[in-house]
Write a protein that binds this ligand. Sequence first.
Ligand SMILES: [Ca+2]
Length: 467
Amino acid sequence: MSNHFSTSTSGLALFVLLFCTSIFFTCEKEASITDSSNLQNQDQIVNTAEQQDPIPEASEATAGGCDGSFRPVVVVHGFLASGDTYASQFQRFSSNGYCNSALRAFDWNSTAFGSDNSGALDEYIDRVLEKTGASQVDLVGHSAGGGLCYGYLESSANAVKVAHYVHLASSSQAQPAGPNAEIPTLNISSTNDETTGVSDISGAENLTLSGYDHYEVATCAETFAAMYNHFNDEQAITTDIVEESAVSVCGKALTLGENAPLDFATVEVYEVDPATGQRISSQAQHTLLTNERGYWGPIELTKGAPYEFLVLSGNAGDRPVHYYREGFTRSNPLVYLRTLPPATSIAGLLLANLPSDDAQAVVGLFTSSQAVVSGRDDLFTNSEELSIPDFTSADQTTIAMFLYDDGDGSTSLDPDPTFSGIQFLNAVDMFFAGDASQTITTTFNGRTLNCPAWPSQSDGLIVLVFD
Ligand SMILES: [Ca+2]
C-alpha cells in the first residue's frame, strides 16, 4: 500500500480572484464548469446580500483588471489531495495578471486505485476550452496527478489540447509528454522530497530544487517562477502573493480523499476573535448553500481576519465540521472544506476511529502548502510539541494530523497505529475536554490559530488550516 501512496499526494488550496474591476466574480460566471475555480449558481446562495455590493477596487497588482490573453492553466492534484494544493500558485498567477477564469483545478478521487481518470480529465479540459474560448491549455500535474497527466497525454487526441506540461514531484519518465514527446515538458523535483525523490525526464527541462518537501515542490515560489516562464517564455513580474485591499473567497465542500462534492450543503461563515476562536457574532456573516457540484461563494471577507467555516452536509449521520482559517490577504478561489468520507471508502476507513464523544473535542490540523517536518518546523497544540520525529519525520511527509483521545481522558501523545505506514496522515493521542467555552491553541512556525473545544458528538469535528 505504501507504494501506491508514494506516488500521489498533495493537497491544498488555491485562491481566487477578484481583482477584475469590471467583473463581479469570476467564480460564479463559470459555475457550469466542473472545476474548482468556478462556482455555484447565485440563486443557490441563501444569503445573497453581499452579491449586491460591488467588489471594491482591486489592489495595485491587479488594478486595471486581469489579462484575458493568458492561456488557461489546468492543475491536477496528487494522492489524498484536492485542487486546493494549488491555491498559492493560483494567487501568484493572478498576482501576475491571470484572470481567475483561466485558472482551473481538476478534482479527482485519488483513492480509487485502478480507476482511469483520463476520460474525466479530458471532459474537464474540453469544458475549460469551451468556456474560455482557448484552443489549448497549459497542464500541471503533482505527484499521482503527474501520472494521471502523463497517461492522459499519451493519446494524440488529448495531446493536441495541451500547449505545455509541468510535472511536479512525480515519477521519472522516458521522454517528454505526448505520444511523440511533442509537448514541451518541465519536470520539477526536489532532493528533499522524501516521497518521490529526484526524478528525470530525458529531453525535458529538468529542474531539481533543494530544501523543499514533496508538497512544497507544488506550492513554492520557485516552482511558480519556473512554471510561468515555461508557459509564457518570459519571467513573471512577481513571485509574491500580492496583497489586495479587499478579499473575496469561494470554494468547494467535498469529502476528504474521494473528493466527492457535497451538493446543497450549508456553509456558515463566522469572523472569529483571533485570541479565542470564538465567534464575534452569533449570527453568521454569510450563510451559503453549495451547488450541485459542491461549490459555494464568492463572498467578501474582512481582510486579515480569521474565520470559521461551518459545514453542514445535510446528510443523515454526518457530523458538522468547523474549519478555522488564517486571515486572507488576497482573494482565494480554492477554499476547500473537506468532510469525512463514508466509512465504506478507503479514507473513511482510516478516519472511522475519530471519536464521537461529547466528553472531548476532536481536532484535525492541516498544513496546506508544506509538510510538517521535525527539526525544520515547529507545531504545538496547547503547548504540546507535535513536530517531533514520531509524528513528523521527513519521510512521513505529514500534511494532516488528527488529535483525539483514546478514551482515558488524558494526553499520552501516543500515535494511533491505524495511521502507521500511511504517508501524509497521522493521529496522536491528545485529550481536549469538550467545552466550547475553552480555547485550543495551535501554533505552527510562529502563526497561531485558536478555536473552541467543540464537543465532538454534538458539534462535530474541528479542522485548522494553516496556509
Ligand atoms: Ca489518552
